[in-house]
Write a protein that binds this ligand. Structure first.
Ligand SMILES: NC(=O)c1ccc[n+]([C@@H]2O[C@H](COP(=O)([O-])OP(=O)(O)OC[C@H]3O[C@@H](n4cnc5c(N)ncnc54)[C@H](OP(=O)(O)O)[C@@H]3O)[C@@H](O)[C@H]2O)c1
Length: 297
């Protein structure tokens, strides 16, 4: 995380305590930014021995965070996906405890998958979600459950998350590069620094009374996977496997991988960047991948 980036981020209001439920890839990065800004932050993982875990929460085995972890929380962020039964692990297990917290802001990390296939067109928060995939329908149900909770909630819809340790650069280094050619197919992305930076920006705006219910956090340039792989390979000064037509590559894809290629949309960040005034750190994959390349992770 660059010093310049930390310096341009806004800290939480004084005497705040941030609880991040699900300190995985995004949760840990957001916690790191909170700490760099001097804020009190507590992060849950399923095992207390996992890196960055301040408390344990695992809905599957009813392992709940201690009262000490939950005390005086003013800002809550859930980074936990729906469970195997399609329920939200946080609302199912911590609803009454959360309702007794002095919460000023609650964030729920969701996915732009809820929009469904948009045939390559732009999609924004005010568009009606039309999820076709089962997992996206479940996600929309979880969003609705959070909305019904009556908490001071902001839903943050994310496209493909990448950053140090999780990018095209890592795929190439691991020998897992694939050059799937599907003309017209694009994917939206967001660099992890911009998820963290946008969240602190939105919390600051919420403290001033501006808090849209749903915000997309995405970069400016949806683009093809081939383009991204080519740029990553140029940074690594390495070659890539030949292009493979989608129809052939699809035969060897897992059902999960295949499902991503079934939908095509460009996620608009107009609300976040134009109306709410957030400045992206990495406005496109070139900038983001250069950061991943420089990072030691
Ligand atoms: N990856 C993407 O490209 C992408 C795109 C759009 C949206 N999203 C969504 O954004 C959120 C954050 O993504 P991410 O990639 O940072 O996720 P991640 O690294 O997989 O982290 C998920 C976190 O949830 C915790 N968790 C999972 N099941 C749990 C349960 N039953 N009880 C308690 N904790 C549980 C995990 O615990 P451990 O730390 O113990 O593993 C982990 O901390 C997720 O909801 C994800 O679905 C992801």
């Amino acid at each position: 995380m660059l010093n310049d980036f930390v310096n341009q981020c806004k800290s939480l209001p004084s005497n705040s305590k941030l609880l991040i439920l699900g300190g995985g890839y995004s949760g840990q990065h957001i916690a790191a930014l909170a700490k760099s800004l001097g804020n009190e932050v507590i992060c849950s993982r399923r095992s207390i021995s996992s890196p960055g875990a301040d408390c344990a929460f695992d809905s599957k085995i009813q392992k709940l965070p201690t009262n000490n972890c939950l005390a005086n929380v003013t800002h809550l962020l859930s980074c936990i996906p729906p469970d195997a039964n399609g329920n939200d692990p946080v609302l199912q297990n911590l609803n009454s405890k959360i309702k007794s917290m002095p919460l000023q802001w609650v964030g729920y990390l969701s996915t732009t998958g809820v929009y469904g296939d948009c045939k390559g067109e732009w999609v924004k928060e005010s568009d009606q979600p039309k999820p076709q995939l089962k997992r996206s329908q479940i996600r929309l149900q979880c969003e609705k459950a959070w909305q019904k909770s009556g908490l001071p909630l902001q839903i943050l819809r994310l496209p493909g998350i990448y950053g140090p340790g999780r990018s095209a650069i890592d795929n190439i280094r691991a020998g897992k590069a694939k050059m799937v050619d599907k003309p017209g197919q694009v994917f939206s992305r967001v660099h992890i620094d911009d998820i963290a930076g946008a969240i602190f920006h939105l919390i600051h705006l919420a403290s001033e009374g501006t808090m849209p219910n749903i915000v997309n956090i995405a970069d400016n340039h949806p683009s093809s996977n081939v383009e991204v792989m080519q740029f990553a390979a140029s940074l690594l000064k390495t070659s890539l496997p030949p292009l493979e037509p989608f129809e052939i590559a699809a035969k060897q894809m897992s059902p999960m991988a295949l499902s991503f290629w079934k939908e095509n949309r460009k996620v608009s960040n107009h609300l976040l960047c134009n109306e709410l005034g957030y400045s992206l750190v990495h406005s496109d994959y070139q900038s983001g991948l250069k950061d991943c390349f420089k990072s030691k992770q």
